[in-house]
Design a protein around this ligand. Sequence first.
Ligand code: SF4
Length: 188
Amino acid sequence: SAVMPPPLAAKPKLKIATTSLSGCFGCHTSLCDIDERILELAEVAEFDRSPLTDIKHCSAHVDIGLIEGSVCNAENVHVLREFRASCKILVALGACAVNGGLPASRNALDVADCLQRVYCERGVGRHQVPNDPELPLLLDKVRPINEVVRIDYFIPGCPPSGDAIWKFLTDLIAGRMPRLEHGLLRFD
Ligand code: SF4
């Protein structure tokens, strides 16, 4: 009698991870602006570590990692290195990740003066610079993420639009070179 072929194995879904270093979550909000297209995305991909899933650590093999925010402290460096180690393709999402963005505006100032001004002169409460040993050590200067690890793609904008993120992801997933045309590519 004829032997039935085994059922076709379902194609494994891509894994996408996202995180925020020193950012404002505006880029994650833009990701949510893909709206109902997230259902299309869910057919081919699943979210791994992300504020959207509340999963705190990456799986060993993530296909696409999206990172918003710049590198301001030692914890940011740690998370960024962990992401790089787990993600096949790493994407700098938004101005902070691409070039330091708004947080880098402190780079012209002395970090000790900044802390003094914020917590002691202008601050409310205890009027002292927080010094709990659990707080991550601040870096002297804020860095874009490509100064710490290798980055595969950069999506500029503060934030990039949901349409830009969608175009980028659909190009990448379809195996095309991601291309953001005029209108989707912005730097403000
Ligand atoms: Fe927020 Fe803009 Fe930075 Fe994105 S690029 S995290 S929207 S400040």
